[in-house]
Design a protein around this ligand. Structure first.
Ligand SMILES: Nc1ncnc2c1ncn2[C@@H]1O[C@H](COP(=O)(O)OP(=O)(O)O)[C@@H](O)[C@H]1O
Ligand SMILES: O=C(OP(=O)(O)O)[C@H](O)COP(=O)(O)O
Length: 397
């Protein structure tokens, strides 16, 4: 059982460090989908109502362990302030003079935010002592820790994992709700059980296929993930996203799928563009004939129809990762088709991932048409695989 906020006792006058996932899609400094900020509000409000002050720590993007203006949490802090209806003071640093002064001045009922936790290389370090040193500095700011960034609970990082070993810790309301909703799909999924994978975090997410091959009936591959599969089958992929060092692994998956009778569905056609741009010219080409000078930015119309047909009769559908670069309207067709088929199916459907959830909303789908929309892509997939997630294991009590 995950420890809950109530297990932390009386929080009156306490300082609570909350790890949220505020990794929102941005167009410059404009948030294009604020779903993750909205999802973080309930826990913060509960803590404030209990008489605590709240220090939010979060990451944005993947900066290289040092400050970079474009990864500032300023847009997220401003949006959170709007949603809470009260100021959110953003420190200029993570554990430096600005953070120390901000935290020292914090009064019960007030909210502060620390700058992007990934501006410090120790956050994501593989060396335990380095992460622990950062966790100790963060812990000095607060009396208790609440883990509410579901999208990062699969990460063994200082602000997710190590900190929970130093301070009294509990799961926030979002983490609790996500785990409860996703466990529906984990335990004895109704069949056919279909998993749809896409997106751009290819090397991160290819690994889940090994486990899914023992659980799912069909795995549909789209998005940036497709090209490593097509290349593994010996086809040209041009300038498309490719994980060259994963080709043997993918060949292994294809062989295992055949042995186990798991259907791996690949696109039959691709939108092959002249470049990575909203206004790039493109042609619909066969998936085994992508020209060498083109980049695949979406699955083609035949594939979209094929994928929809493989989804509508499913009883459990889990989808992570857009089918194409949906942010460019010309390349949103595959993603729309998958979302629509999930709505049309009468199975239990789960959408996971910051960008996939954003795509559903930005493309105008009704969230009520899905069984669960998770704020975490990698995290929900690893949970569905049956893996022990470090950021959850550390909250068990
Ligand atoms: N063919 C493709 N080439 C490059 N990027 C792609 C392609 N298809 C989808 N993407 C990108 O994948 C991104 C989302 O990937 P990812 O972070 O893995 O998903 P999520 O956040 O839902 O877990 C989107 O920004 C989308 O533009
Ligand atoms: O966007 C996220 O995950 P997701 O793309 O798997 O949904 C989380 O904020 C985790 O980010 P990370 O994959 O850089 O650790």
């Amino acid at each position: 059982m995950l420890k809950t906020i109530d297990s932390l006792g009386d929080l009156t006058g306490k300082k609570v460090l909350v790890r949220s996932d505020l990794n929102v899609p941005l167009d410059g400094t404009t948030i294009t989908d604020d779903g993750r900020v909205r999802a973080s509000v309930a826990t913060i409000e509960k803590l404030l109502a209990a008489g605590a002050s709240v220090i939010v720590t979060a990451h944005l993007g993947r900066p290289k362990g040092e400050p970079e203006a474009k990864y500032s949490l300023a847009p997220a802090a401003a949006r959170l302030a709007e949603l809470l209806g009260k100021p959110v003071t953003l420190a200029d640093d993570l554990v430096g003079p600005s953070a120390k002064a901000t935290v020292a001045a914090l009064q019960p009922g007030q909210v502060a935010m620390l700058e992007n936790v990934r501006f410090d290389a120790r956050e994501t370090s593989k060396v335990d002592e380095e992460r622990e040193a950062l966790a100790a500095e963060l812990a000095a700011f607060a009396d208790v820790f609440v883990s509410d960034g579901f999208g990062v609970v699969h990460r063994k990082q200082a602000s997710v994992y190590d900190i929970a070993k130093v301070l009294p810790a509990a799961a926030g309301l979002l983490v609790q709700k996500e785990v409860e909703s996703l466990s529906k799909a984990v335990t004895d999924p109704a069949r056919p059980y279909v998993v749809v994978l896409g997106g751009s975090k290819v090397s991160d997410k290819l690994g889940v296929i090994a486990n899914l091959l023992t659980k799912a009936d069909r795995i549909l591959i789209g998005g940036g993930m497709v090209f490593t599969f097509l290349k593994a089958k010996g086809f040209e992929v041009g300038k498309s996203l490719l994980e060259e060092d994963q080709l043997d692994t993918v060949r292994g998956y294809l062989a295992t799928a055949e042995e186990k009778g798991v259907e791996i569905v690949l696109p039959t056609d691709i939108l092959a563009a002249t470049g990575f741009a909203a206004d790039a010219e493109f042609d619909v080409v066969a998936a085994d004939a992508i020209p060498a000078d083109r980049i695949g930015l979406d699955i083609g119309p035949d594939s979209a129809a094929l994928f929809a047909s493989k989804i509508v009769d499913a009883k459990t559908i889990v989808w992570n990762g857009p089918m194409g670069v949906f942010e460019f309207p010309a390349f949103a067709g595959g993603t729309k088709a998958v979302a629509q088929a999930m709505i049309d199916s009468d199975g239990f459907s789960v959408v996971g991932g910051g960008d996939s959830a954003a795509a559903v909303r930005i493309l105008g789908f009704d969230e009520a048409g899905f069984g669960h929309i998770s704020t975490g892509g990698g995290a929900s997939l690893e949970l569905l695989e049956g893996k022990v997630l470090p950021g959850l294991a550390v909250l068990e009590g």
